[in-house]
Design a protein around this ligand. Sequence first.
Ligand code: BG6
Ligand code: MG
Length: 230
Amino acid sequence: MVKFAQVKGFLFDLDGVIANTSVYHAKAWHQLADELGVTWTEDLGNQLKGVGRMDSLNLILKYGGKENDYTEDEKIKYAEEKNDNYLKLLDTLDKSEILPGMEDFIKDLAAHHYLISLASSSKNSPLVLEKLGLAQYFDEKVDPATLKHGKPDPEIYTRAAEVLNLKPEECIGLEDASAGVTSINGSGAISVGIGDPKVLHEADINFNDTSEVTLDNIKKEMDKKKVLDD
Ligand code: BG6
Ligand code: MG
């Protein structure tokens, strides 16, 4: 792992890292799973985190043993229905749903001239960032519609570093999802997992929640790893 002083950029997931919106994604998927007759479990919810729209629907159908029950057109209709329900839940979204400490952290990064990009799988991320009043802090955003492969494939984090003209090794990626941590690790960036360390055990650095995510704490954790590596 590089030293903290060599880090130049931060690559952000959005849902569940910057805002509480992963709860709304889960609510809308749960609603659809009920309609499709697939039993919702915590494990299924964790598998869906960070995963793109159609891949999520396919995971739900597979989980319920229904992967061959619907045509592509029917699946597109169900994915649209989920998104309509998700958008309804976003109606009242505002700054108050930024997760604890994240606004200060992002402002601190900008004040220290780190480059910042967005590596969210969500096609709704521009809308969410605008509603949260945080769009201006992002130097670049990866458009998930331009990717060949979704998380856990590394493509989105490789691209998130590339759009900042940085190597992934010079960047730190922040994730709440297991699929996202796998994606960061595959790109070569340093992975910060935020949430249950048992679920995010592949991350280079773990924090239990967003309030612990500060430049000082990241530096401390990287220094500890450096000592262990040496
Ligand atoms: C990710 C969420 O950020 O975006 C997933 O963690 C979601 O839950 C995915 O399915 C795709 O989002 P959207 O808004 O394009 O359907
Ligand atoms: Mg997420």
